[in-house]
Ligand binder design. Structure first.
Ligand SMILES: [Zn+2]
Length: 182
C-alpha cells in the first residue's frame, strides 16, 4: 500500500494519510526498509485504519455550509468554551489546510480548515472543541485526552470517523486542496 517515500530535513519519521494512501516522510538519513522493520506493527495498524476509513467514506453524506455560517459557528463554540474554561483566544482563522482539520498556536491563534463546511454538526463541534482544548494542553498527552473525554467520551470513534470524512471530502474535491467560497 505504501505509495510514496520522501526524505526531508526533519527529526522524526511521520506518515501522511490525507490522500488515503500511505506517504512516508523520513529524516534525511533514514531508509525506507529500516522504518519498515522498526515500525511494521504500527504501519499495519495504520494501513488497517486507512482501509476501514476509506470503506466508510463511500457512504458518508456531506453537509454544505456557507463559509460565513462556518465562521460564526466556530466563533460561537470557541466563545462558549473560552468562557467555561477561562481561556484566552487571540485570533480565529479559517483557511485552506492541506493535511489537518485545524491547529492551535502558542500565541492563542486557532486555525480551522475550510473543509469544515462539509462536516455534520457533531463532528464540526468536536473539531472546534479539540483545537480549543489545545489552549490548555498543547500536545496529545494523556492529560489532553482526559480533558477531551469529559465532553466526548467516544472521541476515539469520532477521530476515526473524521478520517473517513476527510477521505470523502478529499475525493469530492478530487485532490484539490482548496474549497471555493460558493
Ligand atoms: Zn490535536
Amino acid at each position: 500500500m505504501i505509495t510514496k517515500v520522501e526524505n526531508r530535513d526533519i527529526k522524526y519519521p511521520r506518515i501522511e494519510l490525507r490522500t488515503g494512501k500511505l506517504h512516508f516522510i523520513l529524516p534525511m538519513n533514514m531508509k525506507h526498509h529500516s522504518i519498515m522493520n522498526k515500525y511494521s506493527d504500527w504501519i499495519s495498524v495504520k494501513q488497517d485504519e486507512i482501509s476501514k476509513a476509506l470503506l466508510f467514506s463511500n457512504d458518508l453524506k456531506l453537509c454544505s455550509r456557507k463559509l460565513d455560517e462556518v465562521r460564526s459557528l466556530i466563533t460561537e463554540i470557541v466563545d462558549n468554551y473560552s468562557k467555561e474554561y477561562g481561556l484566552l483566544v487571540n485570533r480565529i482563522v479559517l483557511r485552506d489546510l492541506t493535511s489537518k482539520w485545524g491547529s492551535c498556536s502558542a500565541h492563542g491563534n486557532l486555525t480551522f480548515n475550510k473543509f469544515l463546511i462539509y462536516l455534520p454538526e457533531h463532528h464540526f463541534h468536536y473539531v472546534v472543541y479539540h483545537e480549543t482544548m489545545h489552549l490548555i494542553e498543547r500536545k496529545h498527552t494523556q492529560k489532553y485526552w482526559s480533558i477531551i473525554s469529559e465532553k466526548y467520551p467516544r472521541y476515539k470513534e469520532i477521530e476515526r470517523e473524521l478520517l473517513s470524512y476527510w477521505f470523502a471530502i478529499y475525493n469530492k474535491n478530487k485532490g484539490v486542496h482548496y474549497v471555493t467560497e460558493r
